[in-house]
Write a protein that binds this ligand. Sequence first.
Ligand SMILES: [Zn+2]
Ligand SMILES: [Zn+2]
Length: 262
Amino acid sequence: MEEQKTAVRYVIGKHAANGYYPVTVDGIPTGTIHRRHKVWYATVPGTVNDARFTNRLDAAEYHVHMYDLGIRPKVPAQAPAATDAPTHTPATFLLPDLRLTVANLLRAAEAMARLAQLGWAPLEGYPGADQPWLLRCRLCGWTGHRFWSHLRGRNGDMVPRPAHRHDGCVPISEFPAGLRALAVERTRTCPCASRPHPTTFGDAVDVINGLSSDLSTGNRARALALAAVMLEPCPATVRRAEELRAAYTMREKVVKDSRRRA
Ligand SMILES: [Zn+2]
Ligand SMILES: [Zn+2]
C-alpha cells in the first residue's frame, strides 16, 4: 500500500490552450509535457532538448528523474490551477483509457483488485484487456507493460499466463511467499484516512447509482470523484470490487425489470 501511495510523485495538470500540460514533482512546478504525432515530449525549462517518450506517464516520470538530479527550471512553469485540485488524485492517472462508462469503470476496479492479488501495481489507467498496461511488479520492482488478457488467464479463469511474470523477476518458487507477504496488507474494510472507499453493498450502490446519474447528466466533475473512490489505491480493493459488482448487477436487474414492466 505504502509503495502504491509513493509510486507517483508527479502531478499532471490540466492542459493549456496550447496543448502543454504543466507538471509538478512533490508539489513543485518542474515544466511541461505535451504530445505531438503520437510522441510525448517532456520539457524542463532551461534545458536544451525535449525528452521523447511513447506515453505521458514516462514523460512525467522524466520530470521526477530530472528533479532528483537537481535539474529544475529557474523560472517555474505555471502550476496546475487550484480549481483542478479535486481531480488530481492518484485516480486521475488510473482512469481507464476507455470511454467513461459505469461498466468500464467497474471492469477497471475489478482489474485493480486482481492486480493487487497478483502483486502488480498499476502505473496508468486500465487500457482494456488487449492493450499493453504499464505496471510495476511488486515482487521485485520491475516496471513495464503487461496485457490484462494474459494476467486474467484464458476465458477469464484468473490464472496468469505465462506463469513467468517477466524477465529478471524473482524465481517462480518464491512467488507464493512474496504474494502472501503482500496479502497481509489487504483488508476487508477501507482504512483510508484520505477518503472512504465503498466496501459495503450500500455504499457501493450509492457509488454505482451516483455515477450512472452523473454520467447521464454530464456532471463530469462529480463522476470523476466517484471514479476515484472506485479506482484509487485502497487496501480493501478486493472487497470494493466485489461490492461494486454486486451493486452493478442489482442495478442492471432493476433496470431490466422496469423495462419489462413498461
Ligand atoms: Zn518481478
Ligand atoms: Zn480505502
